[in-house]
Design a protein around this ligand. Structure first.
Ligand SMILES: Cc1ncc(COP(=O)(O)O)c(C=O)c1O
Length: 365
C-alpha cells in the first residue's frame, strides 16, 4: 500500500492521453498498413540537409549541449531580425509554455484562455496552482471581446493560440492588434504561433513588429511543425529581454540537446524545404475544402496543417469507420466537437484516399 501523497493539486490533473503505438494498432486490427492523419506533425518529414548534417554530430554526443544555445540563438536572431536577448530556446514550445507559467503565475492568479485550445495551457496553469479561466470559442475562433471582459485584478496571463489547435482558425489581424493594445501592460499575452509558417492568409497578423511596443507580448514558435523536427524537441519564444531573463532562472541548465540545436540551425538554412511543405499543404487544404464541400461536409477554415471537419455522425463513429479502411484521424469527441474529426492535411495521395473513403462511407449509409 502506497503511503506517500502527491501535491493536492494533482487530484485535478490527468496525464496527457498518449496515442496508441501505430505498429501495435496495425497488428491488433490486422491491417496491412495505417495512414496516420491524426498527429499534427510534418507528413513530409524534415530537410535532407538536416539528416545529413546530424550524422556528423555523432562524435560529439559525449559533451553536454550549450545550455544557452548560443549559435542557434544568434542565427535565429538574424533570421527574425530581432536581438538575441529577445529569444528563449526551449525543449519544444511546450517547455516554454510551462516555464512562462512557472515564472509569471503565482498560486490563485488567473490565466485567460480559449475553452477549446491547446490543452497544455490549462494543465500547466492548474499544476502551478493558478486558475484557468476558459472562454468559449465563437464559431471555432477565439472570442477576443469575451477574453477581454474576462480579465480581472487576478489575471496575470492570456493565451491566444493562432492558428488555434484543434480548430485551425486564425483571429483576424486588426482585431488581434486592437486586443493586444487593450490588454493591461502587466498581463502577459502569450501568442502561440506553433503553426505560423502555414498561415498564408493576408488577414494573419505578422506579430514580431509589435514587440517594439508591447513588452508584455510573448510569441511562441517551433521547429516541430513545418520544419519537421518534432522528435528532437526544439521551440522558441520571442519576447522582451526581461521576460527571457526570467525564463532563464527557471529552466533546466541543458534543456535543449545538441542534436536538436544543430538540426534547428540547418533547418533554418533550408528555407526551400519549408516553402515546399507550405506549398503542398496549401494544395492539400484547397483540395480537401473543395472535395468536402462537394460531399456536403462543413469545416472550420484552417490556416494550419490540419482541419476540423464536421459530419452528420459522431466523430467516434466516423473515425472508427475510417480506421477500418486504414486511416487514423482524431475524433473530435475528446477535442470538444463530438460530431467532428480532426484530420492532418497530408500528401495528395493520402488526402485523396481519405476523401474516397469518406465518400464510400456516405454511399453506404
Ligand atoms: C498550439 C500548439 N502549441 C504548442 C505545441 C507544442 O509544440 P512543441 O512542443 O513540439 O514545440 C503544439 C503541439 O502540438 C501546439 O499544437
Amino acid at each position: 500500500m502506497v503511503k506517500v501523497k502527491s501535491r493536492d493539486i494533482l487530484q485535478l490533473v490527468t496525464a496527457y492521453p498518449l496515442s496508441k503505438n501505430l505498429e501495435q494498432l496495425q497488428i491488433e486490427l490486422g491491417l496491412p498498413s495505417i495512414r496516420n492523419l491524426s498527429e499534427i506533425e510534418n507528413v513530409f518529414g524534415c530537410s535532407t540537409k538536416v539528416k545529413n548534417h546530424l550524422l556528423n554530430q555523432l562524435d560529439h554526443l559525449f559533451a553536454y549541449p550549450d545550455g544557452a544555445a548560443r549559435l542557434l540563438t544568434s542565427q535565429l536572431a538574424s533570421f527574425l531580425e530581432v536581438e538575441p536577448e529577445q529569444l528563449f530556446i526551449g525543449n519544444g514550445s511546450d517547455e516554454i509554455i510551462r516555464l512562462l507559467i512557472r515564472a509569471f503565475l503565482n498560486p490563485q492568479d488567473e490565466a485567460v484562455m480559449a475553452e477549446i485550445t491547446f490543452p497544455r495551457y490549462k494543465t500547466n496553469v492548474t499544476i502551478e496552482g493558478g486558475k484557468p479561466v476558459l472562454v468559449p470559442l465563437k464559431d471555432g475562433v477565439h472570442d477576443l471581446d469575451k477574453m477581454l471582459t474576462s480579465i480581472t485584478d487576478q489575471t496575470k496571463m492570456i493565451f491566444v493560440c493562432n492558428p488555434n489547435n484543434p480548430t485551425g482558425t486564425i483571429v483576424e489581424k486588426n482585431a488581434l492588434m486592437d486586443f493586444i493594445a487593450e490588454v493591461p501592460e502587466d498581463i502577459l499575452i502569450v501568442l502561440d504561433e506553433a503553426y505560423y509558417e502555414y498561415a498564408t492568409n493576408d488577414a494573419y497578423l505578422q506579430s514580431i513588429p509589435l514587440l517594439k511596443k508591447f513588452s508584455n507580448l510573448v510569441i511562441l514558435r517551433t521547429f516541430s511543425k513545418v520544419y519537421g523536427l518534432a522528435g528532437l524537441r526544439v521551440g522558441y519564444g520571442i519576447m522582451d529581454p526581461f521576460v527571457a531573463a526570467e525564463l532563464n532562472k527557471v529552466k533546466e541548465v541543458f534543456n535543449v540537446n545538441q542534436l536538436a540545436q544543430t538540426a534547428a540551425i540547418v533547418a533554418l538554412e533550408d528555407q526551400d524545404f519549408r516553402e515546399e511543405c507550405v506549398k503542398k499543404n496549401e494544395e492539400g487544404r484547397i483540395y480537401l475544402e473543395r472535395e468536402l464541400s462537394s460531399i456536403g461536409y462543413t469545416f472550420f477554415h484552417t490556416q494550419a496543417n490540419f482541419m476540423m471537419v464536421h459530419t452528420d455522425k459522431s466523430g467516434d463513429w466516423i473515425s472508427s469507420e475510417l480506421l477500418k479502411a486504414g486511416i487514423l484521424v482524431r475524433s473530435g469527441n475528446a477535442l470538444g466537437y463530438p460530431n467532428s474529426i480532426r484530420v492532418t492535411i497530408s500528401s495528395m495521395e493520402d488526402n485523396q484516399y481519405f476523401i474516397q473513403t469518406l465518400k464510400s462511407l456516405r454511399r453506404n449509409e
